[in-house]
Design a binder for this molecule. Structure first.
Ligand SMILES: Nc1ncnc2c1ncn2[C@@H]1O[C@H](COP(=O)(O)OP(=O)(O)OP(=O)(O)O)[C@@H](O)[C@H]1O
Length: 297
């Protein structure tokens, strides 16, 4: 892990399995002459829940998108268990992408399809093009999808048309879809940025529960400091493409936050200022949201 500058502190992985899953080596991404991510070197062990924070344009999305190759690095290496992800092609690249599922701020579901079909599209990597188009999913896959929805408190919506759901419900369906991919890594790009505080909490609780119960590595871009502090084992702070903080949540001092957020530091500290601010600095109990009525969505 990096040791540059006074705000670098050693993160404390909560998971006893210390094996390195991802290794970033001087990873860089340029868009023409714009450097979006610059010289990032760090390691992420299996089973860690990592929050990436920083102001708009800091490079958070680009860093995340390089992991599943939605963006290709311009320089450096990204190793998964020693294999350079940037060099994967064809079937190997498809396998890698299914191994690191991603959820997005805008959910990326097909609104006119029902919920369970959207969830089962997480199994597309197991199907040929034709069977996927004809939605020829097996009974086991359907049962698997229902179980994933049930964990998210969403099984009762399985046959509902997806565009009738609220944003919070859609994000939980998107997480269920990610789960049926049976990934090792779950990437979440601003998963709660469009949600009200209650739904934001349900989604973050779900991500934390998946991390804790399934041992998935979760890497999550977040706008607000307090959310990252409340849910993540480790926080990576970015500023202008560079990592300027890398440590445990409780080690993120005011000085470190000022370096990450610059003039916006005051706002970042004002809990309740944005819809994504959840308040409280205690970790939630690692359980999934309760099904049906309790889940306001
Ligand atoms: N496809 C692209 N083409 C050109 N520039 C890009 C592209 N994607 C990102 N950038 C630039 O790279 C920089 C980092 O963008 P990125 O989206 O990674 O930041 P971010 O921290 O995720 O911001 P936000 O929180 O607003 O999503 C920004 O200056 C952005 O304008």
């Amino acid at each position: 892990m990096g040791t540059r500058g006074s705000v670098f502190v050693e993160a404390e992985p909560s998971n006893p399995r210390e094996d390195v899953m991802l290794e970033f080596k001087a990873l860089t991404k340029r868009f023409n002459d714009k450097v979006a991510v610059e010289d990032v070197s760090l390691t992420i062990p299996q089973g860690q829940m990592v929050g990436i924070i920083g102001r708009s344009g800091a490079g958070k999305s680009t860093l995340l998108r390089m992991i599943n190759r939605l963006a290709d690095p311009s320089g450096g290496e990204l190793l998964h268990k020693g294999v350079d992800v940037a060099k994967l092609k064809g079937a190997e690249l498809r396998a890698w992408r299914s191994n690191c599922a991603m959820v997005f701020q805008q959910f990326n579901l097909v609104g006119r399809l029902n919920v369970i079909t959207n969830v089962m599209t997480g199994r597309l990597h197991e199907h040929g093009f034709l069977s996927a188009m004809l939605q020829m999913f097996s009974a086991q896959e359907r049962a698997f999808a229902i179980r994933a929805l049930d964990r998210l408190g969403m099984a009762h919506t399985a046959l509902q048309q997806t565009d009738t759901l609220s944003g919070g419900q859609m994000q939980r369906v998107a997480i269920a879809r990610a789960l049926v991919q049976e990934p090792e890594i779950l990437l979440a790009d601003e998963p709660i940025a469009s949600l009200d505080p209650l739904n934001a909490k349900l989604v973050m609780d779900a991500l934390r529960a998946i991390n804790t119960e399934d041992g998935l590595t979760v890497i999550c871009n977040l706008h607000t400091l307090d959310t990252a502090r409340a849910y993540c084992d480790r926080i990576i702070g970015m500023q202008a493409g560079r990592v300027v903080f890398d440590g445990a949540a409780h080690e993120l001092t005011d000085a470190a936050a000022r370096e990450i957020y610059g003039a916006e530091a005051g706002e970042a500290f004002q809990e309740g200022l944005t819809s994504t601010s959840l308040g409280g600095h205690t970790r939630p109990a690692p359980t999934m949201p309760q099904p049906a009525r309790a889940a306001v969505g």
